[in-house]
Design a protein around this ligand. Sequence first.
Ligand code: ZN
Length: 95
Amino acid sequence: MSTEQDKLHHSKRIHNKETYTKRQVKIAKHLHGEPPKAAHVYHKVSAATCGNSNCVMCGNPRRFWKERTIQERGLFQQLLQLEDTTPADHSSQDI
Ligand SMILES: [Zn+2]
């Protein structure tokens, strides 16, 4: 059974989704000059991308710019902190 608070959360989710989609449609109109045929597409895809995964500006930054993922950055940060805390004679060992 759904409570009154659940119904409020649900209606807020729907409202936020519609607001986001309307904003993306507005951006798409501005960028492409004509209104999009399927507005629901912009629920998950940003209007600013061209949709081509081979495009340098819209593609995966890891592929094109050799950026590290968030997980990799966190791992390297942990390794650096580990190196700082270990004594100097153990720092040459591989982890
Ligand atoms: Zn692009």
